[in-house]
Design a protein around this ligand. Structure first.
Ligand code: MRU
Length: 356
C-alpha cells in the first residue's frame, strides 16, 4: 500500500488538517480547517485540488458543518449546497456529497455528527485503496513497454494527478509509483500546466520520490511526441461522460491530439468517483471558468525566499481562463480504473451499478 509522504488531509479532533497546496512547491505547510466556510474556501481557492481530493474535502466539510452548526436538516442541506457550488467540473465533489447525503439524510439529527465523520473517513480510505488498484492495473501498461525494448519507459503526464491530488498514490502517477516499487525504470515528462502550474506539483512529488523526470513548457509536448521521445501518455480526469469523453485540466486535449497524430497511446487513469453516467457525452460536462488574474499573474519564489506574485500582462488585459477541456473518447486508448483497463466506450460494462 502506498503511504503518502505527507497526508493531503487528515482529521484532528473536530478539525480537518490539509496540506496547503497554494504554497507548494515552495513551502509545505498545513492548515487546520474548522468550519464549513473554511472547507468551501479551501476547495474554491485550490488549497486542496485534484478531483478525488476535492471530493474527500467536501465530505469532511459536511462533517465540520454538522460539528459546529447542529445537525438538523437545514444545516445539512445548507452544507451540501455550499460545498456543491465550490467547483463545477470535478464530479467527485458531487459524488462525495451524494454519498454523504445518502448516509446522513435518513438518520435522526443526534446520530448524524459521528456518522458524518465516519463516512468522510471511509471516503478517504476507499480513495487510497482505489489509487493502489489503479496503480496495479496501470503498471501492466508500463511493464508491457519494458518487455518490448530495453531502457526506461518514457511517460508523459499533464497537470498533477499524483498523491497530492488524492488521498492515496494518485491516479495517473499511481502506475509510476507502482513501477518504481517493481524496479521498472520510468522517466516522466511533466508539462508545467499553465496557468496554475500544477505540473510543478508533479515535479515536486517526483523529485521527492526520486523518480527521474523532465519539466517542459506545455507547448513543447507536441514536438516530443512527434520525435518519438514518449512511449505513452497518462493523465487524470475530472469527469468522464457515459461515452468516455473526458474532462481534465486544460491542455489535456492538445496532448491527446498530438499523441494520436504521433501514434502514441493516450490513457486516462481515474476512479469510479470520476464517472458520470448522467452526462451522455463531453458536451454536457460543465467547464469551470476561473479568473483572468490566474492568466495575467504568476507566483514564484523571490530571491529573498518569499512567495511573490508578478504581473505578466498590462493591467486590464482581457484574458479567458477555462480551467478544463474535454478529450473525445476517440482519442483515448483506454481508461485505467480500479477495476481494470477498459475502452472508453465500455465503461458501463465495467460499472453496471453506476450506469443504471
Ligand atoms: O484544477 P485542479 O488542479 O483541481 O485540476 C486537477 C486535474 O485536472 C487533475 O488532472 C484531475 O483532477 C485528476 S486528479 C487525480
Amino acid at each position: 500500500m502506498f503511504v503518502q509522504p505527507l497526508p493531503t488531509l487528515r482529521r484532528e479532533a473536530d478539525t480537518l488538517v490539509i496540506l496547503d497546496q497554494t504554497l507548494l512547491p515552495f513551502r509545505s505547510a498545513t492548515v487546520a480547517l474548522a468550519t464549513l466556510d473554511a472547507a468551501a474556501d479551501a476547495i474554491r481557492h485550490m488549497q486542496v485540488r485534484g478531483a478525488p481530493l476535492i471530493g474527500a474535502t467536501a465530505a469532511f466539510g459536511v462533517a465540520l458543518a454538522l460539528a459546529r452548526g447542529g445537525a438538523d436538516d437545514a444545516v445539512l442541506e445548507h452544507a451540501l449546497a455550499v460545498l456543491g457550488a465550490t467547483r463545477p467540473t470535478a464530479v467527485n465533489l458531487h459524488w462525495a456529497l451524494a454519498r454523504m447525503a445518502d448516509v446522513l439524510r435518513p438518520l435522526p439529527a443526534p446520530a448524524r455528527r459521528a456518522a458524518a465523520w465516519a463516512e468522510a473517513e471511509a471516503i478517504r480510505t476507499d480513495d487510497a485503496a482505489t489509487c493502489d488498484a489503479i496503480g496495479r492495473h496501470g503498471l501492466a501498461l508500463i511493464a508491457a513497454i519494458t518487455a518490448r525494448r530495453p531502457g526506461p519507459v518514457r511517460l508523459m503526464t499533464h497537470c498533477n494527478a499524483g498523491w497530492l491530488a488524492t488521498c492515496g498514490a494518485g491516479t495517473a502517477l499511481a502506475p509510476v509509483y507502482a513501477a518504481q516499487a517493481a524496479g521498472i525504470a520510468v522517466e516522466v515528462v511533466v508539462s508545467e500546466t499553465r496557468p496554475r502550474n500544477q505540473g510543478l506539483l508533479t515535479a515536486w512529488e517526483l523529485r521527492a520520490a526520486s523518480v527521474p523526470h523532465t519539466l517542459i513548457a506545455d507547448n513543447a509536448a507536441g514536438l516530443l511526441l512527434m520525435r518519438g521521445e514518449v512511449d505513452l501518455v497518462i493523465t487524470g480526469a475530472d469527469r468522464i461522460a457515459a461515452n468516455g469523453d473526458t474532462a481534465n485540466k486544460v491542455g489535456t486535449y492538445l496532448k491527446a491530439l498530438a499523441a494520436h497524430a504521433a501514434g502514441v497511446p493516450f490513457y486516462i487513469a481515474a476512479p469510479h468517483s470520476t464517472l458520470d453516467f448522467g452526462c451522455p457525452d463531453g458536451r454536457s460536462i460543465p467547464i469551470e471558468d476561473r479568473g483572468a488574474d490566474e492568466v495575467c499573474r504568476i507566483r514564484g519564489l523571490a530571491d529573498d525566499a518569499t512567495i511573490a506574485e508578478l504581473s505578466l500582462a498590462p493591467p486590464a488585459t482581457r484574458a479567458a481562463n477555462p480551467a478544463f477541456d474535454v478529450t473525445p473518447a476517440a482519442l483515448i486508448a483506454g481508461i485505467v480504473t480500479e477495476r481494470g483497463i477498459t475502452a472508453p466506450g465500455r465503461l458501463a460494462a465495467l460499472y453496471p451499478e453506476q450506469a443504471r
